[in-house]
Design a binder for this molecule. Structure first.
Ligand code: COA
Length: 260
């Protein structure tokens, strides 16, 4: 499939999605959101793809937010629809994707950009990265899940401060908050991300998809995450991956999971 705002490459069962609007600091306009949603759905269906990396083109930005020029004159109805549609079609889809997705935060991740990174399963940043939710400086609030995912990741007090001050934090602070898992020099970000993804690829893709589901269940209101875990745990016993994983262990050889 051809994309006008994304570059996609595949190597060693790992897909790399690069958001490619560098002259607008990779801001998420409607077409980018639509293309990201379509690309993620296609990649998820491809069982050869065992991990997905998302980054931004250029050295300056991961994604500098939703495209402000598109919503500056929106009405209440249009604003509500923008957030609702965006959350469903991209941010929730991403958070619940059965294939692991890692954000490689290579520069500014602001507003919708940080929300995109937070919807990924985890994040790795380069030393120059800067993160923030500056929406209140524009007279609006985060609308792509930021008011929910930021407190989940760094705690309510820190999230309140970041949201109220609209300030950016640097990569080291993001690391100390647990917002990113690693900080590496910019020219090593991709190779480091690929290394982490390769480690993931050694494991059972079916078990990983159940683990994503069980972890996410704990963050959904009225869903008992422990119960989801029990059900998902049980289902693993009926999979070929489980037979292969346990058989390989007992035979003292490395497991070979399908797709790899
Ligand atoms: N939406 C639309 N366009 C954006 C954008 C966004 N979120 N972020 C950056 N751009 C555009 C700029 O308008 C500029 O376009 P132009 O060259 O056609 O004028 C281009 O990207 C480069 O940005 P610029 O502001 O000139 O770069 P800078 O280095 O001076 O500043 C930032 C970088 C990230 C601090 C600044 O671009 C910024 O504050 N962006 C908005 C961040 C934001 O509020 N995001 C939340 C949106 S809800």
């Amino acid at each position: 499939m051809e994309y006008s705002t994304l570059l996609i490459s595949i190597e060693n069962n790992i897909a790399l999605i690069t958001i490619n609007r560098p002259d607008k600091l990779n801001a998420l306009n409607k077409i980018t959101i639509k293309e990201l949603s379509a690309a993620l759905q296609l990649l998820e269906k491809d069982k050869k793809i065992r991990a997905i990396l998302i980054t931004g083109q250029g050295e300056k930005a991961f994604v500098a937010g939703a495209d402000i020029s598109e919503f500056a004159d929106y009405t209440v109805k249009e604003g509500t629809k923008l957030a609702g549609k965006g959350q469903k079609s991209l941010f929730d889809l991403l958070a619940n994707l059965s294939t692991p997705v890692i954000a490689l935060v290579n520069g500014f991740a602001l507003g919708g950009g940080l929300e995109l990174a937070m919807a990924c399963h985890f994040r790795i940043a380069s030393t120059n990265a800067k993160m923030g939710l500056p929406e209140v400086s524009l007279g609006v609030i985060p609308g792509y899940g930021g008011t929910q995912r930021l407190p989940q990741l760094i705690g309510k007090g820190r999230a309140m401060e970041m949201i109220m001050t609209a300030s950016m934090i640097d990569a080291q602070k993001a690391y100390s908050f647990g917002l990113v898992n690693h900080v590496v020099p910019q020219d090593e970000l991709l190779s480091f991300g690929q290394k982490v993804a390769l480690t993931i690829c050694k494991n059972s893709p079916v078990a990983i998809s159940y683990a994503i589901k069980a972890v996410n269940a704990g963050f959904i209101n009225n869903v008992n995450g422990y119960k989801t875990e029990i059900d998902a745990f049980g289902k693993c016993f009926g999979t070929k991956d489980f037979k292969e994983g346990t058989t390989a262990f007992l035979a003292k050889r490395k497991a070979k999971f399908p797709g790899a």
